[in-house]
Design a protein around this ligand. Structure first.
Ligand code: AMP
Length: 214
């Protein structure tokens, strides 16, 4: 299926979990700058070294770094895609418009995942992540079958450094200040679809599929 979309929402809203299911079902590319940056940090590249401290503190990485990193990746995509965590600022949204225009692509919709602040903090502070296959678990809502072991690839689950209490606070502030204006931006363009991110994962996914099928 051909679908070009953005998954928008605060940290912990479920964008990554839902994007992984959708790209698998519809044969789309999944582009997550957070996942790309974590791999760069792990590999100790120059880009990783630039991003590491910002990420650990919960701050956004500079626009020009992120735009540069995403530009070729998006331009080279041949099938449909889901952008999960990009754009996160109005400047990045404008850059994305340019990238899409230059490569003859068009956005179909922007899915905005809405979740209350209390629920977001509960999810993030109990989140377990697989550094190998990027699968996400939750200590209580979605525990792995075997403690600390990824069901999918057998990797050792970790708590991300930016899922600490202090970093979560900063990430929420960054979202409010820099990312939430994108809701208005994409509403004006007629692209925004709100997804209630508070139900069970299969319920939320059913809404995601409906939105993707348009
Ligand atoms: P995520 O995995 O989407 O929660 O992203 C983790 C971290 O990567 C964020 O807290 C930022 O430090 C950085 N990051 C991810 N996407 C972006 C973006 N579009 N713009 C700036 N920084 C980003």
């Amino acid at each position: 299926m051909k679908y070009n979309g953005i998954f928008l929402g605060p940290p912990g809203a479920g964008k990554g979990t839902q994007a992984k299911k959708a790209v698998h079902e519809f044969g789309l590319a999944h582009l997550s700058p957070g996942d790309i940056l974590r791999s760069e940090v792990e590999a100790g590249t120059k880009l990783g070294m630039i991003a590491k401290e910002f990420m650990e503190r919960g701050e956004l990485v500079a626009n020009e770094v992120i735009i540069g990193m995403m530009k070729n990746r998006i331009a080279q995509l041949e099938n449909g895609f889901i952008l999960d965590g990009f754009p996160r600022t109005l400047e990045q949204a404008d850059a994305l418009d340019e990238i899409l225009k230059d490569s003859g692509k068009k956005l179909d919709s922007v899915l905005n995942f809405t979740v209350s602040l209390d629920e977001l903090v509960f999810r993030l502070s109990n989140r377990l992540s697989c550094p190998d296959c990027k699968n996400i678990f939750h200590k209580f809502n979605m525990p792995p079958k075997k403690e600390s072991v990824c069901d999918n690839c057998g990797g050792t689950l970790i708590v991300r450094k930016d899922d600490s209490e202090d970093a979560i606070k900063i990430r929420m502030k960054e979202y409010e200040l820099k990312t939430s204006p994108l809701i208005e931006h994409y509403t004006r363009k007629g692209l925004l679809i709100n997804i209630n991110g508070e139900g069970s994962s299969p319920e939320i996914y059913a809404d995601v599929v409906k939105a993707i099928k348009g």
